[in-house]
Design a protein around this ligand. Sequence first.
Ligand SMILES: Cc1ncc(COP(=O)(O)O)c(C=O)c1O
Length: 359
Amino acid sequence: MGKNWKDEISTPALVLHYDLMQKNIETMAKFAKENNVSLRPHVKTHKCPIIGKKQLEAGANGICVARVGEAEIFAQNGFNDILIANQVIDLSQIKRLVELNKKSLIRVCVDSEKNILDLNQAASKKDVKLEVLIEVDVGLGRNGVKPGEPALHLANFIKKQPNLKLVGLQGYEGHLTSVLDPELREKQTNECMKRLVNTRNILNNNGFNMDYLTASNTVTYKFSAKYDGITELQTGTYIFNDEHYYRVSPEFNIAVTVLGTVTNIPGNRYYTIDAGLKAATNDNGNPIFKNYPKCKIRVMTEEHSIFRASPKDKFEIGQKLELYPSHICTTVNLYDFFTVVKDGKIIAKWDILARGKNY
Ligand SMILES: Cc1ncc(COP(=O)(O)O)c(C=O)c1O
């Protein structure tokens, strides 16, 4: 019998199933093309320049990041069209952002006058013209200025800053990720997109010429892409999917698993595996077992998880098992590299270079 790829891996490990990921890349790229919207994947999910390049090769027009630290890593690795889909408030980070802008196109979202003044001042010191987007709070209630007049006020404020240029609007409907009913999710996505498009109309009726509207995520993209006026999707999780999102977007394969080893059998039907909270996060619920859906994790500690098996599933000490993470983005951030598996063989190790670069 041939050697099993699992036996060659030290656990816990992050395993990337190459073909499943490649299929996800193609599915989203094809959707964007057919619906005539640009695709700017959010790389906070994989934090890996090798994967970002595959997304660009499939037709993405640039990338989104969440943090300056991620932008730095991707810019160093040849990415020259980056949107920080977030605000950069801290002055030390603003300095780094402006520095980065001298080499690559790095845009950033704004939602307050104070931040606009800080960005303008830093940009003028370095003689840089910084391109910004106004983030509109389309319903999430996290970041962004309220739609309509408050956004117009901010746009006029940006216009007065010589080193800033307003190029677009961002709206992120992240609060809809847990709306399971597709009809309700569609209705609510449309309401969010309406807030963004109406805001654009108000700006354009007041002398602006705004047509770049970026929005969306892995569970709303089908609806936001079809909303007239939305020009770009900024989906992230689709690249790997996870146990939590799979319930809503099963068209994307779960392409990344955590591999663990059974280390103990502490009781009848109870097993210990060496994949705990340092191997998989549980902010969206505990991971579940690939191939053994009836096994349930009962406790997760730092280094271990204890699970209860169904009466029919029996495991041995030393046996390797794959888990589907419930939140892939926070799980990936725990690892230095992906072990890439294709056709039952390990084909590569890909460094997660922006792992931990959340500052
Ligand atoms: C501003 C912004 N845009 C896009 C995304 C991508 O969402 P998803 O990973 O669900 O596709 C996120 C995710 O956190 C986000 O914060």
